[in-house]
Design a protein around this ligand. Sequence first.
Ligand code: NAP
Length: 271
Amino acid sequence: MSGLSYAEVIGDPIAQSKSPLIHKFWLDALGLAGDYRRSHVTPDALAAFVEQRRADSDWRGCNVTIPHKVAVMDLVDDPGNIRGTIGAMNTVVRQPDGSVIGTNTDAAGFYAPLADLDLEGAPVAVVGAGGAARAVLFALARAGVGHVTILNRSPLKAMGLLATFGLKGEVVGLDSSLPPVSLLVNSSSLGMTGQPPLDLDLSPLPDDAIVYDLVYAPLQTMLLKAAEARGLDTVDGLDMLIGQAALAFELFFGAPPPEGRDDELRGLLTA
Ligand code: NAP
């Protein structure tokens, strides 16, 4: 053990993760001694990884990405009942007593750019029904949204999510027309580099609708370009990426990220 506190991001694959850049930027900006690494962990190695790290007092915890967000819930303590609510963990933190707890910072990271809006009763549409959609729907349910339309390739999975989060709404296919919603969120992988595009006709949306794309590679997705062409307000995936990382950073290193440095960080992330 080096004696240097460290956190890391784990996944399979992991080379694409931008988390090390974000956390190291904040560690440097605050002048904190610590490191943030990237570790490739396959599904069959996950349990042994958690046990090994549990015994390492230098380890502050890890961010968890695809495909471990569900499986990790069986390996850590869950004081916030994430299993019974969002159903996916993206952050694992080692406590001073050696216990290891899991939480989810994706939901709050997603909601942060919307926090000033009144979404009570607002009709919304969400594309996708995977792990990110769970965090999105949890946050939207807490915000008291109205009718929710989920567009997804696998309808049964999406219907289960409406029930899980106690939302009123419907599930439709990806080729259906959009309803006139106040907020459209893409939480699917569509539009991501290497994935098929998300080609939606935005003309049914009202002029004050907001379009939010969780995809951040590329940052300017086809969906966001179409929304901007229609003059709609947009939120890109970096807002959520930075927001969820900020909450995890404080849990790992005991201090919030520096204020007023987001533009610089966004510049680094898009360079
Ligand atoms: P996931 O659990 O694998 O879910 C992927 C979703 O995309 C599912 O709904 C899946 O449909 C759909 N999908 C994938 N390929 C498709 C295809 N070829 N045709 C139609 N639908 C397809 O992944 P996730 O963790 O939810 O992540 C989804 C996206 O959100 C990724 O782009 C990820 O980078 C992004 N994300 C961003 C942030 C952020 O901080 N900005 C945080 C988390 C995730 P089925 O249900 O039919 O399989």
